[in-house]
Design a protein around this ligand. Structure first.
Ligand code: ZN
Length: 393
């Protein structure tokens, strides 16, 4: 199981019970279902309204709509077996490869019934995030989830520890959804690294519909899907040919499954078993059934609330005037958490020549007693460092 999910279970013991209940539900339904396209009254195509929360700290992170559309297109491509690289699926596994029959769509109606384009853009003073869910709450400079009974929430932010992670069905509704790092979105840019098919997002969406990793989170573990062979562990990079790790016979490991860790360019399939396991969640009584009655894709006549969608002028600490002869002003206006932090001025040799506590949003510093030359200003808080250079005339 993902480190993230393990941690959630440690913090919340009822979650473990809830996940087990969902597993029992899934097993029971699968044992009675026919496995055909229409099981227990759910539509052939499951439509999922999606809302993106873009938490940008720098202008390039405020990614354009075209990139958001690529992310949605990647989900629809791989969840419907419309990827051109199905030809790379080994012939022994081809009969098991499946279209999951999901359609992901940007929300057109928000939880208040107003029109939306399905994207929330929000400047955040946070530089780096950890997989601790802080990005899911406005109170910690992230953005609150839209009702996760009706929407798939996807937070895009700058992660420090992982490229992405997802909550499993049954999780705390306020934390339910997927987190994807900008690093993953940008990874193909300007480098010769592997092709970026946004399959980290596809993999995380697999978790969102209750799919475990292909190796069953354990050495030759059980992923609770019967047409994925047992596999000893995750697959880094991009192997080829038959690889046998737990089952003793060919065709061996299904390392090209989206629920492995293989490079984007080397994964290309979900299975029929994964399809059944995922779709059961949407049946009446299932933990994702409410998505089917979401109003998130309705047409609204109420105009969208005007959202500020601009690059804030106050994004970074400003130093003014520069060069300075007597007073230099530091603007910390955008983020009150700088208050009470230590600030230092260093000379060109790195020696601290002045030190003070920041106690005003516009901090005026008397530099008249410094001799002429170049100086550095330094301040630090947990998430962010601030460096600036100024010239004393
Ligand atoms: Zn995973």
């Amino acid at each position: 199981m993902d480190e993230y999910v393990k941690q959630q279970i440690n913090e919340n013991t009822s979650l473990k019970t809830r996940l087990e209940e969902i597993d029992v539900f899934t097993r029971e339904r699968l044992s009675t279902s026919t496995g055909t396209h229409r099981i227990n009254g759910i539509p052939e195509i499951i439509r999922v309204p999606v809302v993106f929360h873009v938490l940008y700290h720098t202008p390039d992170q405020n990614i354009p709509m075209a990139t958001i559309e690529l992310l949605i297109a990647a989900l629809n491509r791989d969840f419907n077996k419309r990827n051109f690289d199905t030809t790379n699926t080994p012939s022994a596994f081809k009969p098991y490869a499946a279209a999951m029959d999901f359609e992901f769509k940007l929300a057109t109606m928000d939880p208040h019934g107003a029109a939306t384009n399905g994207v929330i853009r929000k400047y955040t003073p946070i530089n780096y995030w950890m997989s601790d869910d802080k990005m899911k709450f406005s109170s910690s400079y992230g953005d609150d989830a839209w009702d996760s009974k009706s929407y798939l929430n996807i937070w895009l932010c700058n992660m420090r520890d992982v490229l992405g992670y997802s909550a499993f069905p049954g999780s705390d509704p306020l934390r339910d959804g997927i987190v994807l790092s900008f690093e993953d979105i940008f990874k193909a840019r300007g480098t010769s690294r592997t092709r970026n098919d946004f399959r980290t997002l596809v993999h995380e969406a697999g978790h969102w519909v209750n799919l475990y990793h292909i190796w069953g989170e354990d050495y030759c573990g059980d992923d609770r899907v019967d047409d994925t062979p047992r596999q000893s562990s995750y697959t880094p990079g991009c192997p080829s040919g038959v690889r046998i790790s737990c089952s003793s016979t060919s065709p061996g490991d299904m390392y090209m499954n989206y629920m492995d860790f293989t490079d984007d360019v080397c994964m290309n399939m979900f299975t029929m078993g994964q399809r059944r396991r995922a779709r059961v969640l949407f049946e009446p009584g299932g933990p994702r059934n409410s998505i089917l009655s979401s109003k998130g894709l309705n047409t609204s006549t109420i105009e969208a609330a005007p959202l500020p969608d601009f690059y804030p002028k106050w994004l970074h600490v400003k130093v003014y005037p520069n060069p300075a002869s007597s007073i230099i002003n530091l603007y910390f206006e955008y983020d009150e958490r700088w208050m009470g932090r230590q600030m230092q001025i260093l000379d060109i040799s790195g020696k601290v020549v002045m030190s003070k506590v920041i106690n005003s949003k516009i901090e005026a510093i008397d530099v008249s007693r410094l001799s002429a030359g170049i100086y550095f200003i330094r301040a630090e808080k947990e998430e962010e460092k601030f460096h600036a250079k100024f010239v004393r005339l």
